[in-house]
Ligand binder design. Structure first.
Ligand SMILES: Nc1ncnc2c1ncn2[C@@H]1O[C@H](COP(=O)(O)OP(=O)(O)OP(=O)(O)O)[C@@H](O)[C@H]1O
Length: 882
């Protein structure tokens, strides 16, 4: 066994993600024999370079590299002092960190983090040290416990009756709504909190589960258990947050195929496995310095985001069962990927073939609008493979739409324009203009040597307009790998039943004292660093690893200054956090820490950040036009949030590509589109809204003047509006008269096929806008939804009005969502409740999925509550009448 090396400190830059393994010992408290037994199915080899590889008796041809492997006799304190202590020290310097312990079921994860009566776990040891240091430096700590279940719901374990935890982002800093932070001043307090958390976790009464105490290796339900240690500047949490340290006890991995029992159990198993993959994929992406890290793949990764990225440090501990366990091999395979940094080469047979192959293929299975679908198939190429391959192929099988792809091969069917793509391959059939097209085509070179390969290929087969599609499939691209097992990590159709597995900590297993470890605490942080530096220097191979130690310190300080210049924003926080840090991810290559933003206490629906306040103020606004209009507003506000839009042929453009394309088309197709040439989405939306407003006022026969052809051929939206508006002025009086037979503007004038065949997205949008405007003006015979005979014969004016209102709502919501899905940042910011932060976040979401907003419910993804969404829509509608 190699001598242990320092984990995260030293003059030589440490890797972003440190991967270590820990072999669990045999446990039989009644026999000392067990305790001294040696694990013989795992063999650890240390190269002269310090490289540590692990192989298994049953699969001796495969080797897995890790930064270090702790054997079965090395206890928690050894691991703590080598791996975790430096992270505690770093926490006082403002560095976030995450300790992730994963492995197969029964591999000793809980024992490692929580410890037992006899041995303190890593968390307890860390808290001891935190307390010891805070005593001296006047800082303070608070802790939060949460669990993330198979449904990706996060629950506060110190207050399990609370609603699920919401994850919010504020300038790159992750904030939680509904997660208690409890100050800790002593180990005893911490122990009590731990017991409380674990009890809540076990019982999970609100989820309807029976208490499921853990029995041996067979925990009934699986979920991830997280602990966050918040370090504050001074004695109280009202002062600034310095950093966060996370401990994650991952649910034990179990091959879903082995799972016996009912289908829901298998589905649950798959889902929890999926979240394990998600976190390991994030570690891999961080380690490989990938430009895109899939934080949004799971709740857990979203929660940990600001403690994983940037200057944060990550310790990934892969726990190995003492006896043969295929799941352990698989987990180590995945963990090992994160250790295969650029300087590392595959071992043995892996020189030739890649292992842990990961390919992502984005496939569009939809015909009209591509919704984001993602599949990940992880291959266990444990026999012969070693390095990682990643391919992302985005295939648009649709005939009409494709956009938003990272790396693109643009084929000649793109006639007019394509924009904002990273790398460009311009084909000669791109006729008019083509802005930067991002294209990356990475070939799978695994036949020669394994390395990370990433390939995205976008085939644009669309003739008219493209929609965003994304699917990810992991394929085994290694041609020489043998005995690969393919495991599908995403099982989109699974329906999970409620089940949760809990890693129980029995009261009598909670360590009662950690005094020994406390006594051993070093006197100063600098000592720790000196010590660690010496050890780190022993490992020469870490050249090329990402620098972040010293750099991050200075970066953090610089960012503090920077962040202080930012306006503070109020955010929703649980009752304990008042002020905190702000981590802002300003540039891909430079994650800086921002710790100086003030945060305020907020309760749901009351205190929100500025964006929220902005949108919620005047929530009760009521336009003074008429009682009917007020009624309309309330009608809108009562729209069910889950209102799903009908599938439509309209293009769902992605952020850049389509918008540029649209702009292009606007200038090129002037014959029909002068009207809308100069209008932004926002303007159009407003026009649309005006149309709607007018239409409600309308019901007046006199809107004949406005003919679709006029709109299309000669009139600007404003002209149209004015013309329209003048005809509308008196319309409210006419509500009694449902009949508007003279109105000649109708939705049916807009031929959807024309729209699809000849119109740009922009045109389509505008047409839609006109259509809605018309349709709302209409409410009459030609509006397809409303049979005029019904209106005339059976509906009262009021009923008719309401019918119109619901049509308008749908249209308004559709267009609003379209703006969210397509508009540029500046335009987004014009929306109520969307400020800089949310606009950025929306753009990020659009990178993940081409059409992230399919219903109003999806607005919850940007941190809006149901109430806020309603308020926002109300406000938008209200504004139309201002
Ligand atoms: N280092 C160790 N030496 C001896 N026995 C151990 C060790 N670590 C764990 N065990 C024993 O192994 C069993 C499983 O341990 P633990 O609960 O920590 O595993 P786990 O990985 O958390 O399990 P799960 O995946 O089910 O949550 C327990 O009975 C525990 O006492």
């Amino acid at each position: 066994m190699a001598s242990t090396q320092s984990a995260f400190a030293g003059t030589i830059p440490a890797p972003k993600v440190r991967v270590v393994a820990k072999i669990r010992g045999f446990s039989d408290p009644d026999t000392s024999f067990e305790a001294s037994r040696t694990v013989d199915w795992v063999s650890v080899t240390t190269e002269i370079s310090g490289e540590v590889t692990i192989s298994f008796k049953e699969q001796s041809s495969s080797r897995y590299s890790v930064d270090y492997c702790y054997n079965e006799h090395e206890d928690n304190e050894v691991i703590y002092s080598k791996e975790v202590k430096p992270l505690v020290s770093a926490a006082f310097e403002g560095i976030n960190s995450t300790v992730i312990v994963h492995g197969a079921r029964g591999s000793g994860k809980t024992q490692l983090i929580q410890g037992s009566l006899e041995k303190s776990g890593l968390a307890m040891l860390a808290i001891s040290e935190f307390l010891s240091v805070t005593e001296k430096n006047g800082k303070s700590i608070a802790v939060s416990f949460y669990e993330v279940d198979h449904q990706d719901h996060a629950t506060d374990l110190l207050n399990p009756e609370q609603s699920p935890i919401l994850v919010l982002e504020d300038h790159g800093r992750i904030l939680f709504k509904g997660l208690t932070q409890t100050p800790v001043k002593s180990i005893a307090e911490f122990q009590n909190l731990y017991i409380t958390a674990c009890s809540a976790h076990t019982a999970a009464p609100k989820k309807g589960f029976e208490p499921a105490p853990k029995k041996g290796f067979e925990p009934a339900r699986r979920s991830h258990l997280g602990l966050i240690v918040h370090v504050f500047e001074h004695n109280k949490s009202v002062n600034g947050l310095v950093s966060k340290m996370n401990f994650v006890d991952m649910a034990g991995y179990e091959d879903a195929r082995k799972k016996s029992g009912d289908a829901s159990g298998v589905a649950e198993n798959n889902k929890i496995n999926k979240s394990i993959y998600a976190l390991l994929n994030v570690c891999y992406a961080l380690s490989a310095n990938e430009s895109r890290v899939p934080f949004r793949e799971s709740k857990l990764t979203r929660m940990l985001q600001d403690s994983l990225r940037g200057t944060s440090k990550v310790l990934l501990v892969s726990c190995l069962n003492p006896s043969f366990c295929q799941d352990t091999v698989y987990m180590l395979t995945l963990a090992s990927r994160s250790c295969q940094r650029s300087h590392r080469m595959p071992f043995g047979s892996t020189m030739k073939s890649a292992s842990s192959t990961r390919q992502s293929v984005n496939l569009d299975s939809t015909k009209k609008i591509a919704s984001s679908a993602r599949q990940t198939v992880t291959l266990d190429s444990s026999k012969k493979s070693a390095s990682s391959v990643r391919q992302i192929v985005t295939l648009d099988s649709t005939k009409k739409n494709v956009s938003l792809v990272r790396q693109t091969v643009t084929l000649d069917s793109i006639r007019k324009s394509a924009s904002s793509v990273r790398q460009t391959k311009t084909l000669d059939s791109i006729r008019k203009s083509e802005n930067s097209v991002r294209q990356t085509k990475t070939l799978d070179s695994t036949e020669k040597s394994a390395s990370s390969v990433r390939q995205t290929k976008t085939l644009d087969s669309a003739r008219k307009s493209e929609n965003s599609v994304r699917k990810t499939t992991t394929l085994d691209s290694t041609r020489k790998s043998e005995n690969s097992e393919t495991k599908t990590s995403v099982s989109a159709k699974e329906s999970a039943s409620s089940a949760m597995q809990f890693v129980t900590i029995r009261k009598n297993k909670i360590p009662k004292s950690v005094s020994a470890s406390t006594k051993e605490l070093p006197g100063s942080i600098s000592q720790i660093y000196d010590e660690e530096t010496c050890v780190v220097a022993m490992k020469s191979e870490i050249q090329g690893r990402k620098l972040f130690d010293e750099v991050s310190h200075s970066a953090a300080k610089a960012e503090k200054v920077d962040s202080s210049l930012n306006a503070s924003s109020e955010v929703e926080l649980d009752p304990i956090v008042e002020k905190g840090t702000s981590f802002e991810d300003k540039e891909e290559m430079h994650y800086l820490i921002n710790y100086s933003k003030d945060l305020s206490i907020a309760n749901e629906g009351e205190n929100m950040n500025k964006e929220n306040n902005n949108l919620m103020e005047n929530e009760d606004f009521s336009p003074p036009i008429s009682s009917q209009l007020r009624e309309l507003q309330s009608l809108v506000s009562s729209t069910p949030l889950c209102m799903q839009l009908l599938e439509e042929k309209f293009i769902s453009p992605d952020d850049n590509q389509i918008s540029t394309k649209t702009a292009e088309l606007r200038t090129s197709d002037t014959e029909n589109l002068d009207v809308m040439n100069n209008k932004s989405f926002w303007e159009t939306f407003n026009l649309h809204g005006y149309g709607m407003k007018n239409s409600t006022e309308v019901t007046e026969p006199r809107t004949l003047d406005i003919e679709i052809p006029d709109v299309m051929n000669g009139k600007s939206p404003w002209e149209t509006f004015n013309t329209h508006g003048s005809g509308m002025k008196n319309s409210t009086e006419v509500t009694e008269e449902p009949r508007t037979p003279d109105i000649d503007i109708r939705t049916s004038d807009i031929d959807i096929s024309d729209v699809m065949n000849t119109k740009s997205h922009w045109e389509t949008f505008n047409l839609h806008g006109s259509g809605m405007k018309n349709s709302t003006e209409i409410t009459e015979p030609r509006t397809p939804d409303i049979d005029i005979r019904d209106v005339m014969n059976t509906k009262s004016p009021w009923e008719t009005f309401n019918l119109h209102g619901s049509g308008m709502k749908n249209s308004l919501v559709k267009d609003y969502l379209r703006i969210l899905n397509t508009a540029e940042k500046d335009e987004l910011k014009k929306l109520k409740g969307i400020g800089e932060k949310r606009a950025n976040y929306i753009l990020e979401l659009r990178e993940e999925s081409p059409e992230p907003f399919k219903s109003l419910d999806d607005l919850k993804d940007i941190g809006l509550s149901e109430k806020q969404i309603k308020g926002m829509m109300k406000k938008e509608v209200g504004e139309l009448f201002n």
